[in-house]
Design a protein around this ligand. Structure first.
Ligand code: C2E
Ligand code: MG
Ligand code: MG
Ligand code: MG
Length: 288
């Protein structure tokens, strides 16, 4: 096969692969001790109520600034952390840090935390959650855990048991990135999610693609019939927001409304003018 590709192509291809592998190895190595060195921090992206234009919740988004590589995106380091198992320790830190931060907010909005499949499978998860709640004093019903649908399918019974255990603590669960995985609509009736987050790819297509409007509308209606709230993620334009106001989802999130921002900014936003119009210009300075 390599011969078919020709010599030039091979020479071009191999160094790139090597570089990629080397960077992954490097990043994996740097990840050991990164928590202890204080290299992680959280940003928070508000989720707004569609009608009231108030902040309902903030999603914690993990950031890593490494001493050698600088800022590394979650899309790059989280899969590596899942492979080498470090995601459990890092994820526990995220839960504790997010609860601690939210417990100090001047308004009792919710805090949403992304959960890796590896964490969901961990038998210690309920203990980790309980101890983060106890340490921070945050009420259980202010914590929402987001999981992506790809998680659920490889072991449906285990996923169901884990979600039930979370729900029994009165912590809420959100199905993140809905529509990107392989799950069928019938899974929605099986899993006990309180909220469904419609993936950004559908929102991005709302303006050009009538089919996306139909899909989003159908998902919102179905979720409502099943007793679930809907959040639309990745809203970047006014036209998308206007469309979602017509289709009436429950909550909206995206760069148009607010970027992920440092905790101090969330605090001032929550203590001041907690409205959509007042904040997009300021918030827009803080790109992720
Ligand atoms: P996600 O949970 O679906 O989070 C949404 C991502 O979209 C975030 O990227 C956010 O910054 C970005 N985003 C928000 N609004 C917009 C928008 O209007 N347009 C566009 N183009 N993007 C928008 P981020 O922070 O890079 O995180 C990427 C993914 O990494 C997350 O997707 C989540 O799956 C994962 N992640 C982030 N933090 C954590 C964490 O603490 N633990 C775990 N397990 N995963 C995390
Ligand atoms: Mg999320
Ligand atoms: Mg998402
Ligand atoms: Mg996503």
């Amino acid at each position: 096969r390599a011969k078919d590709g020709g010599r030039g192509q091979m020479c071009f291809y191999e160094p790139l692969m090597d570089e990629k592998i080397e960077r992954s190895r490097d990043i994996a190595a740097e990840m050991h001790g990164a928590l202890e060195r204080g290299e992680f921090h959280l940003l928070f992206q508000p989720i707004f109520d569609l009608a009231g234009q108030r902040i309902l919740s903030c999603e914690a988004l993990l950031r890593w600034t490494n001493r050698r590589h600088g800022a590394i995106a979650p899309a790059e380091f989280i899969p590596i952390a899942e492979d080498n198992g470090l995601i459990v320790g890092i994820g526990n830190w995220v839960i504790r840090e997010a609860c601690r931060t939210a417990s100090r907010w001047p308004v009792e909005v919710k805090i949403a935390v992304n959960l890796s499949p590896v964490q969901l499978k961990s038998i210690n998860l309920p203990i980790i959650i309980l101890s983060a709640l106890a340490a921070s004093g945050l009420a259980a019903d202010r914590l929402e855990l987001e999981v992506t649908e790809s998680v659920l399918l490889d072991d449906i019974d285990a996923s169901l048991a884990a979600l039930d255990a979370i729900n029994r603590l009165e912590v809420r669960t959100t199905l993140d990135d809905f529509g990107t995985g392989y799950s069928s609509l019938s899974y929605l009736t099986k899993f006990p999610f309180q909220t469904l987050k419609i993936d950004r790819s559908f929102i991005a297509n709302l303006e050009q693609c009538p089919a996306s409007v139909a899909i989003v509308q159908t998902v919102i209606e179905l979720a409502a019939k099943l007793g679930m709230r809907t959040v639309a993620e990745g809203i970047e334009t006014q036209a998308q927001l206007d469309q979602l106001r017509r289709t009436r989802c429950d909550a909206v999130q995206g760069y148009l409304l607010a970027h992920p921002m440092p905790p101090s900014m969330v605090t001032s936003m929550l203590s001041g003018r907690n409205t959509l119009d007042g904040f997009s210009p300021d918030a827009a300075q803080f790109s992720s």
